[in-house]
Design a protein around this ligand. Structure first.
Ligand code: UT7
Length: 321
């Protein structure tokens, strides 16, 4: 049986950290105390004006490819998860392909599942590899969320940041991604969205992120431990065999609540929200790369990733490293 293993990770955060006090100094009506107490966020990174998602993705991708010990030309599938693509089209994945100098004509496309985009992309890539049609996939979560933040809306602009994370997923005879579970319920889309579009040569509607924070919070707390249990059951392994939970990094209170409901100690949870903020599709691969490079996630260990975002779309994957 063909399995799909993660053989390299990489990430990139642009510029210097922007602290909560820096936001206050920039004129946002907030405080370090409010942001830390409600979210656990202490800092985030913002890309320079004009910087595109593909530029962040390229740095993360090069690092993941180097860690995998392969050449860019060995990649035969590229999936980029993003809600802040460089352009309406072509896909950011094709721009990454060109930036990496991959001229082998491999498939490249974007995945839109907002903050759950990386879980969706990994799950899709695993199926491509397991089918035998592809052997080495580059999966990237990348965002310049600062492009869609309304700096006059303090209830959202303090929460998000920019960044990118990537993995190389390779065909193997040893199990890697053992199971994944994806869900969506589009009835909730007005709770978290950017209700704008481009038509007739101008932006129609609202081009900024809008969120009903409490609705998202309650839904996340309700489904995240459920989806972890579901993926663990699907993989047919005990919950106690999980070495690390790598959740989407939106709010430390959501992360702590899911860990508690799962009976997992916070020692087994990778939390980077304090210094990354919420980087949407980039948050899970960023956290994964931090934990791998920091020596916490080691070969032979079992990891569950989980996330939820606009749609709502949510999911989880169980991965043996
Ligand atoms: O990645 C997608 C997933 N997204 C999420 O998971 C986000 C989920 N939601 C949350 O994390 C939380 O709902 C928030 C952190 C967004 C908000 O926390 P909350 O405890 O639900 O606060 P709230 O929205 O109920 O606001 C409480 C108060 C309000 O003041 P009043 O009306 O009680 O006087 C807000 O105006 O806090 C005020 N407030 C702020 N104060 C200082 C809202 N934003 C800020 C701010 N600084 N930045």
């Amino acid at each position: 049986m063909i399995c799909a293993r993660i053989v390299g990770t990489g990430s990139h955060l642009p510029g210097e950290p922007v602290t909560n006090d820096d936001l206050v100094r920039r004129g946002i009506d907030t405080s370090d105390e409010w942001i830390v107490t409600r979210t656990g966020i202490r800092a985030r990174h913002f890309a320079a004006p004009g910087c595109k998602s593909s530029e962040l993705a390229l740095v993360a991708a090069r690092r993941a490819i180097e860690a995998a010990g392969c050449a860019a030309g060995d990649i035969d599938l590229i999936i980029v998860a993003t809600s802040t693509p460089d352009f309406i089209f072509p896909s950011t994945a094709t721009l990454v392909q060109a930036g990496l100098g991959i001229g082998n004509g491999c498939a490249a496309f974007d995945m839109q599942a907002v903050c759950c985009g990386f879980v969706y992309a990994l799950s899709a890539a695993e199926k491509f590899i397991r089918s035998g049609s592809h052997r080495r996939a580059l999966i990237i979560g990348t965002e310049v969320f600062s492009n869609i933040l309304d700096w006059a809306d303090r209830s959202t602009c303090v929460l998000f940041g920019d960044g990118a994370g990537a993995v190389v997923l390779e065909a193997s005879d040893r199990p890697g991604v053992r199971a994944s579970v994806l869900h969506a319920d589009g009835r909730h889309h007005p709770a978290l969205w950017v209700p704008g579009a481009v038509a007739g040569g101008r932006v129609t509607g609202d081009p900024f992120l809008r969120m009903d924070g409490q609705v998202v919070f309650k839904f996340a707390v309700k489904v995240l431990d459920e989806v972890v249990r579901e993926v663990v059951d699907l993989a047919n392994v005990p919950l106690g065999s999980i070495d690390w939970l790598v959740p989407h990094q939106a709010n430390i209170r959501i992360i702590q609540s899911s860990a508690k409901r799962l009976g997992l100690s916070m020692e087994k949870v990778v939390a980077t929200v304090d210094f990354h903020g919420n980087t949407s599709a980039a948050s899970i691969p960023l956290a994964l790369d931090c934990a791998v490079r920091g020596g916490r996630i080691r070969p032979g260990q079992r990891v569950v990733i989980e996330g939820i975002g606009g749609g709502f779309a949510w999911g989880a994957a169980l991965i043996d490293f």
